[in-house]
Design a protein around this ligand. Structure first.
Ligand code: AHZ
Length: 308
């Protein structure tokens, strides 16, 4: 015990004891309990740079060949990541998120309201995550959507086989054409820093990076500045017709999204609201059970592509 924990419980001020910590490398003396003598262990700026960059570049190297690439760290993509990473620790799972902040549309319940509604049986997934909720019969309420998202995010990020590349946008898909059948197969994603993606019109060509994957799970949400990107790419390649998301109908929408979760093109599974653009499903607005359970089903669909 370094004594710092005393301050977390606000015991430090009363029980003013100075604890000396000898670090392995520097033999630095670090006092915690007396704020006047407080001092961090020493650092050089280049050490911080290297601590970040060597890990990031090692991750770029490691995940250049991934087992699963998940596009979008919203509620559907992260629910799938949780089930996959927990059950298949040997799989390398890269999550590509265009925004700096992962979580998608799941930091609020709806409009600017905090509470998040999930219809049963999505309560089982909330129990799996260990999140408290109020049981209202056919549905449950988590007191804040951010409580759900932060718990899910922290569990996903704690798995050693998951890497989140945020501030990174999927710009295109890697595709192969089967020489005999002519069938299209998705073999990975084409990425760029999001700030670069947003500036293609203002700068001369800035070529992207790539990640090969055994299977891509697209969870990029409904149409928007970045959303539904994989659906649009498949449409451009002539592989699918776009259904386009329809008006709001909670009952119809949530069942359709979970049922429709599947491998749409070989090597590419869709989950969450992006499916509404693929299949022409209704939107459901502020009820999140379908995102969680579509993610759970998507994890199964991803695993099925490996088993084939
Ligand atoms: O930033 C996006 C978001 O975090 C990210 N994303 C989109 N395009 C991307 C790209 N590369 C990398 N090209 C990209 N990341 O994908 C995430 C999608 O999260 P989301 O919460 O928007 O989608 P979801 O399907 O998980 O949940 C949707 C929940 C609903 S339902 C609904 C309605 O009925 O109106 N609206 C929302 C937001």
């Amino acid at each position: 015990d370094t004594g710092l924990k005393d301050h977390f419980s606000l015991k430090g001020s009363k029980e003013a004891k100075v604890v000396n910590l000898t670090s392995n490398k520097s033999n630095a003396e670090v006092s915690f309990a007396d704020w006047d003598k407080f001092k961090f262990a020493p650092i050089r700026e280049s050490t911080v740079s290297r601590a970040m960059t060597k890990r990031y570049f090692a991750d770029l190297d490691k995940y250049a060949e991934s087992d699963v690439v998940i596009i979008g760290a919203g509620s559907a993509g992260l629910s799938a990541a949780y089930v996959l990473a927990k059950n298949r620790p040997e799989l390398k799972i890269a999550i590509i998120e265009a925004s700096v902040s992962p979580g998608g549309g799941c930091w609020l319940g709806g409009q600017l309201f905090s509470a998040m509604v999930l219809r049963k049986p999505a309560d089982l997934f909330i129990q799996e995550l260990g999140i408290d909720y109020e049981d209202e019969g056919d549905y449950i309420v988590v007191k804040h959507a951010a409580y759900f998202m932060s718990t899910l995010l922290s569990k996903v990020l704690s798995f050693p086989n998951v890497k989140l590349f945020n501030a990174t946008a999927v710009e295109d898909l890697i595709t192969r054409q089967d020489e005999t059948t002519g069938e299209l197969r998705v073999a990975g994603v084409v990425t760029n820093w999001t700030l670069v993606s947003l500036n293609h019109d203002t700068q001369s060509c800035m070529d992207p990076n790539t990640i090969n994957a055994s299977v891509v799970l697209s969870a990029s949400g409904h149409d928007g500045p970045f959303g539904a990107g994989s659906a649009k790419h498949l449409h451009r390649l002539g592989a699918i017709e776009m259904g386009h998301m329809r008006g709001l109908d909670m009952n119809a929408a949530e069942d359709s999204i979970v049922k429709g979760t599947r491998e749409v093109t070989p090597g590419l599974v869709f989950t969450g609201m992006e499916l509404a653009e693929v299949d022409g499903f209704n939107r459901m607005g502020p009820t999140f059970g379908a995102m969680a359970l579509s993610g759970v089903k998507a994890a199964e669909s991803v695993l099925n592509t490996f088993d084939v």
